[in-house]
Design a protein around this ligand. Structure first.
Ligand code: GTP
Length: 386
């Protein structure tokens, strides 16, 4: 891939939000560094930036800023220079960008929402920005259900005509703001300092009505990892290589990464796509996969089944337990025969044997549940919906 000549060399990454919708996955670890296939999430963003020649990233942080800094450091491990601007109070997306003013060089810059997984062609985004000559260019992606997002309508020349906020009754595909854009430094002058201000509501509509905001439509992969469902799906998409990430190299053509020191019992089955981390142990007769991630030192007991699920580092899954469509955060454990179907267990939860948790239930960190204390009956749920 050739890197465009005038591509911005700097980026602001917005990582100051509380990530409330992703709790309890983010109860202890901020969303930007929450592990996704055993990498801090924002590493995927940094990979894309370096691939397109970006040399400096400024992390605009607030909530749990030190935790992010502890993982990402000066950026050397990720191939670029990372610095941090920490806000005392949340300033909103525009306030947070303006707060980075003093550490940005002259010239245009990329902005990334810190929860976007995408292999968007940043060089093409920057080339569109240069060609159109506006104050800003937004990466737009097509989604089937735009009701959670703000819709963007374009004019024939590619400029943004209007934004429609989260329309509930829209049918069909629509273009949405994907949370990645290029801005000229003059845009910073439109943002009041040190107060809550949104780029989506306070800045973009103003630029659009001045005819100075353009859209770049990229058909590449895009997803925000802001909800447990979406977080889980991001893992599946990385494992099935629908998005181009550094993990693809580990998975190879077999769609399987099995750490060399993982211990898999002879009668256990590992069904790709799958990622099995360092020191994992899988017992006799167990089945892991398809679409499973087991973080470092996770244990899967005899006869257990783990499918379409994420078990982070040090999770323990008891014998004959069944885990499907679920996330177990670091150090959580479930006892023998427990079934999880659409459940999220926070860090360090201890769920006893013989329980059944399902239907999108979220359990907060360190919760302890005795053996045989929760059941879930599909038929009750069915009756409620009838
Ligand atoms: P929810 O609480 O679940 O809505 O998540 P969030 O706090 O991350 O909010 P949202 O998903 O809307 O934010 C999009 C991106 O902007 C995320 O990467 C946030 O970290 C970031 N962000 C949101 N608000 C702020 C803010 O006030 N300051 C900074 N620095 N970043 C923000």
């Amino acid at each position: 891939m050739s890197v465009a000549r005038d591509i911005p060399r700097q980026a602001v990454i917005l990582v100051g939000g509380e990530g409330t919708r992703l709790r309890p996955i983010t109860s202890r670890v901020p969303k930007p560094v929450t592990p996704v296939v055993e990498r801090p999430f924002v590493a995927y963003i940094l990979d894309n930036l370096t691939r397109h020649g970006v040399e400096r990233a400024v992390f605009s942080s607030g909530f749990l800023a030190e935790a992010i800094q502890a993982v990402i450091g000066d950026g050397a491990a990720f191939g670029l220079e990372v610095s941090y601007v920490v806000e005392e109070e949340p300033l909103g997306t525009a306030g947070a960008i303006a707060n980075c003013d003093a550490v940005l060089d002259e010239g245009s810059f990329f902005v990334f929402n810190g929860d976007v997984l995408s292999d968007v062609d940043l060089s093409a985004l920057a080339a569109t920005h240069l060609e159109k000559g506006g104050m800003g260019t937004i990466f737009l992606t097509a989604v089937d259900d735009p009701s959670r997002y703000g819709l963007v309508e374009l004019r024939e020349d590619g400029s943004v005509a209007s934004f429609l906020e989260k329309p509930g009754d829209w049918e069909g595909t629509a273009l949405i703001n994907a949370g990645v854009y290029v801005l000229e430094p003059e845009v910073l002058e439109l943002i009041p300092r040190r107060r809550l201000f949104s780029i989506e509501r306070g800045v973009f509509p103003k630029l659009a009505s001045a005819g100075s905001l353009y859209g770049y439509v990229d058909r590449g992969y895009w997803r925000d990892i802001g909800t447990p469902d979406s977080y889980l799906q991001a893992h599946f998409d990385i494992l099935s290589r629908q998005v181009d990430t550094a993990v693809a190299g580990l998975l190879g053509d077999q769609y399987l990464y099995l750490s060399p020191d993982a211990e898999v019992a002879s009668s256990a089955r590992v069904v790709p796509p799958c990622y099995i981390g360092e020191g994992v142990r899988i017992g006799e007769g167990a089945r892991v996969g398809p679409l499973a991630v087991l973080g470092g030192r996770a244990v899967v007991g005899e006869g257990a089944v783990v499918t379409e699920a994420v078990a982070q580092a040090e999770v323990v899954i008891g014998s004959y337990a069944q885990v499907e469509g679920s996330v177990l955060v670091r150090g959580a454990s479930i006892g023998a025969g427990t079934q999880l179907n659409g459940a999220v267990l926070g860090e360090g939860c201890v769920i006893g044997a013989g329980n059944r948790l399902a239907g999108g239930i979220c359990v907060y960190p360190e919760t302890e549940l005795p053996d045989n204390s929760i059941q879930f009956y599909e038929q009750l749920r069915g009756r409620e919906g009838a």
